[in-house]
Each structure stands twice: as C-alpha cells, then as structure tokens.
Design a protein around this ligand. Structure first.
Ligand code: PMP
Length: 365
C-alpha cells in the first residue's frame, strides 16, 4: 500500500470532509488464497449483447458483474475494507461484536469477514429485505434483528436507531457505519473503479450505478472522473426515495420492492456533486430488466441490477457508435429466489408485463 496524496475519494459536498488515505494498490492473485476474503474484487466486466441491440442502442454497454464476489455482492468490498481499516487502527479486535444496520448485502459481507476473522456480528435489517438474505446471514453465524420497513431513518424503531441502541448496551461493540465511513467510497475508488479503468484501457464515456449509501457511485465516479473527465455519471434512484437531484424529480417518500437502493435521507457516503444526471427507476421496469438479464444475457443478477440497467438504457441513447457505457450490477438473483425470480410473486405484485404474460400464454398453448 502507498500513501495517496489525492484527497479526492471521500469529499462530501455538504461537509467537505477530506482525508488522505492509504491507497491500496492491486496485486496479482496468488494461486492459493489465504482465505475466501482474498477472492473479493476483480469481478468481470461483461459486454451486454442482445438487450442493448434490441433497444436500438449504438454504443457498447458493459456490465460490472459484482455477484462474483464471495458474499454475492458489491458490498463485500466495503465490508472487508472497513473491517481491515478498523483492525489496523485498533478500533476492533477478534472477539469484539460488529453491529451494522443494512439492507442485507453489507451485512452478508461483514458476517463473512466476521466468520473468517472470529468476530460476533449483529445485523439490523428492515422487514422488507428478503428471507434469502436472512438465511445466508444466519448460516454465516450472524444474529439478525428485523425492524419495521416503514420506520423513518431517525425513528427509534428504525434499523439505524436499533443498531445505535445495541451499540450502547453491548460492551466491546462497534458500528463500522457504512453510511458515513469514508472507507465505503474509498473501497470503490481504490478497487472497483481501478478494475473498470484497467479493463477499458481508460476509455469510458458513461458510468451508471444505483445509489443506496452512495458509496459505490461516489467512489467509482470520483476515480473515473479524475482519469476520464468527460465521462457522464448517471445515478439511479427509485421512485419513493429522495436521493436524486434536482429535488423535483423526487416525489414523496414511499415504499417500493427493489432492495438496496434509495433512502429517506442523504447518507454522508453519497457525494451528489460527482453525479451529472439522475434517473428515477420503478419496480416494474427493474424486475422486468433483471429477468431479461437472466434470459437474454445469462447474467443472474438481482433487482437493483435491473434498475441500474433501466437507467443505462435510457441515458446511453445519447451515446454514439464506438462510445462505451459501464453499468454496475450489484448483487445476485440468489437473494431473490422467492421474490422476482418467482412467477407467482411477480404476478401477485402485478409486475409481469404484457409481453411476458403473452409469452407465457403462448408457451402454455
Ligand atoms: N444494490 C444492492 C442490491 C445493494 O445491496 C446496495 C447496497 N445498499 C446497492 C445496490 C447500492 O450500493 P451503495 O450502498 O454503494 O450505494
């Protein structure tokens, strides 16, 4: 690791907090890994073929497929980095309890680190999040506390408030706090963005990613804009969330089914100054496109991947032949086997679109 003198990755427009950080350089993987944590990162960048062609796009669309991380999502990267930085500073030691409020994937990443390193993990998670995530967390040995989905972030019963209370009650417990921890965006600035730049030989015209904590889009966009200042950065935020700008894009805070993106507050990890335009996604298009990613590209990613792709297909219309759009696909369908992968669930929520219904009819006949 080398000391990084750029102060780029952690600046928040609102707080202007900047810290220099130990820049982790990428090293070739050894043939035998010391633990499964060494498999985090270096995910593939895959060309999408049939979907962009059927939508009439001229540009190339490349997907960063993050379910190849061992915990199954992009969030393994930040879990490992936040864990290791906290260990390095002596904030946590084996035997300590790590508590985290999460929509699930950060929880899985942290529980994976906790399992390998010998910590206790407690995850607080809104009821909305899938049973599949709960089962994986349990299998990793984490303790899970479910909180009401409709609780506002600052309500006493929210996943964030419950985590804070547990932290006060449990000795030797720490919240690594993905919402404000600078190593959330830094993990992406140092790895995700570097991998994309390397795979693209530094030539990227558009980056599209959904925002939850905002760590992914903030970290990746900052590095890419340093190297490729003309690159257009598109943030994806679901209807019902308030992360998008200008404010008039957002309606009221409402519930939606896609997991992992959108919030009712602006996390510190999200620096909206690096985002050029926002796309508001909806459940129907997100799940339809997530299913098309499986059926037409063979990529078994999750619902927020469909949201990101919806934003990409819309925004990349402005790109020409020879230009390149990179879209980040955060997690796997493994998290949603009983949800959008299931036809009955899709039907029950009226997400099966006309085309899919007709096709289903044809197959029955
Ligand atoms: N999609 C999914 C499925 C996620 O779990 C997350 C993390 N909350 C995101 C997208 C958004 O990532 P970030 O928190 O880095 O904005």
């Amino acid at each position: 690791p080398t000391e990084c003198h750029c102060h780029g990755p952690v600046g928040n427009a609102a707080t202007n907090v900047t810290i220099p950080h130990v820049h982790q350089t990428r090293t070739p993987k050894p043939k035998i890994l010391d633990s499964i944590l060494d498999q985090i990162g270096d995910t593939p960048l895959v060309r999408l073929n049939r979907i962009p062609a059927s939508e009439g796009l001229e540009c190339e669309v490349l997907a960063k497929v993050e379910f190849f991380n061992p915990g199954g999502s992009v969030k393994d990267r930040i879990a490992k980095r936040m864990f290791e930085e906290a260990e390095r500073k002596g904030i946590i030691k084996p035997g300590y309890t790590v508590i985290e409020p999460t929509s699930g994937n950060t929880g899985i990443g942290l529980a994976l680190c906790a399992a390998v390193k010998g910590y206790r993990a407690i995850i607080t998670m809104p009821e909305k999040m899938s049973q599949e995530k709960v089962d994986v967390l349990k299998a990793l040995g984490a303790e899970i506390i479910r909180t009401p989905t409709e609780a506002a972030y600052d309500a006493p019963e929210s996943h964030i408030s419950v985590a804070k209370r547990l932290n006060e009650q449990i000795p030797n417990s720490v919240i690594l706090d993905q919402y404000a921890n600078p190593y959330n965006p830094i993990a992406h600035y140092d790895t995700t963005a570097e991998e994309i730049l390397e795979a693209c030989d530094g030539h990227i015209d558009m980056l599209v990613a959904g925002a939850g904590t905002g760590g992914t889009i903030t970290g990746v966009a900052k590095k890419i804009k340093e190297k490729c200042p003309q690159c257009i950065v598109v943030g994806v935020d679901p209807h019902g969330s308030i992360l998008a700008q200008p404010e008039n894009l957002n309606g009221n805070v409402e519930s939606y089914q896609v997991e992992g993106i959108g919030y009712d507050f602006i996390p510190e990890a999200l620096d909206r100054s690096v985002i050029d335009t926002w796309y508001k996604s909806n459940d129907q298009d997100s799940f339809t496109l997530a299913r098309r990613l499986i059926k037409e590209e063979g990529i078994l990613s999750g619902g927020s991947s469909g949201s990101a792709l919806a934003g990409a297909l819309q925004a990349a219309r402005q790109l020409k032949k020879g230009q390149r759009c990179v879209v980040i696909l955060p997690d796997s369908v493994r998290n949603y086997m009983t949800k959008f992968l299931n036809d009955d669930w899709m039907r029950r929520h009226q997400f099966l679109d006309q085309r899919a219904q007709e096709e289903e009819h044809r197959q029955v006949e």
